[in-house]
Design a protein around this ligand. Structure first.
Ligand SMILES: *[C@@H]1O[C@H](CO)[C@@H](O)[C@H](O)[C@H]1NC(C)=O
Length: 238
């Protein structure tokens, strides 16, 4: 009986783990990920095909929330930095982190119970960051050491990573919907970003993370749902 105990424990643990997390590769076109609870046990990880060696990047996504407190939309950790490229928002400003250095962007809109479209760019040559939110472009700000993104990243949606492949910060959990996440290996032009923000049919899909061909792991109460089932079409970006 004594010898059986560890085995039983193992089966119970793995059974629980399997029922709670699921890895898949599919197109999430016209889909959203719903984050219904303020809990660190609900999360989504995105798995790129390759490790990072990028001197520039653009992250674009759309989110929909009623949360006014800080919420982390996108968190990319590498072995060198838990916030190598991350985005969070609250009612007053957007925050971008490059190589774990934070930079705030003020005066950009956060519409409650409507889709918000966000793109953030950074390039190691100039060290300049810029954000585009709905109809406005931010100014360009210097942030982070001018070095490339390197290593195998851990990318999460809706949770702020406190360590590389470690825990999540309770105070930064996102609730709402996230959709159309694309990561590009370059700084997109303002025109390319405008096409994405206006949700035109032929916007450029990510060549590092592509929402239309995505490998992801989903855990807890986070779930994939049809965009048209959970939000009205009239609330789409113009
Ligand atoms: C990742 O690899 C898959 C399978 O080979 C491919 O279909 C997909 O387009 C790749 N994703 C990106 C972003 O290049």
């Amino acid at each position: 009986m004594k010898r059986l105990a560890p085995y039983v424990y193992f089966v119970v643990c793995c059974g629980l783990a399997l029922s709670q997390t699921k890895t898949d590769r599919k197109s999430l076109r016209e889909k959203v990920i719903t984050f219904p609870e303020l809990t660190t046990s609900s999360w989504v990880k995105l798995h790129p095909n390759e490790s990072m060696d990028l001197s520039a990047a653009t992250v674009c996504l759309r989110f929909y929330t009623d949360q006014l407190t800080t919420s982390c939309l996108f968190s990319l950790a590498t072995p060198s930095h838990p916030q190598d490229f991350s985005l969070s928002a609250d009612s007053k400003h957007y925050m971008m982190y490059i190589h774990s250095a934070p930079i705030p962007f003020k005066g950009l809109s956060l519409k409650i119970n409507q889709w918000n479209s966000v793109c953030a760019t950074w390039d190691a040559t100039s060290g300049l960051a810029q954000m585009f939110v709905n109809e406005a472009a931010s100014i360009r700000k210097m942030v982070g050491p001018k070095v490339s993104f390197k290593g195998a990243p851990v990318i999460t949606l809706g949770q702020y990573q406190t360590l590389y492949d470690g825990g999540f910060q309770q105070s930064s959990i996102f609730t709402g919907f996230i959709s159309d996440v694309h990561v590009h290996k370059e700084v997109l032009t303002a025109r390319q970003i405008k096409t994405y923000i206006e949700a035109k049919i032929k916007y450029k899909l990510g060549d590092y993370i592509n929402w239309h061909n995505l490998k992801y792991t989903i855990a807890g109460s986070a779930q994939v749902e049809e965009k048209q089932h959970v939000t009205y079409a009239k609330d789409e970006p113009i």
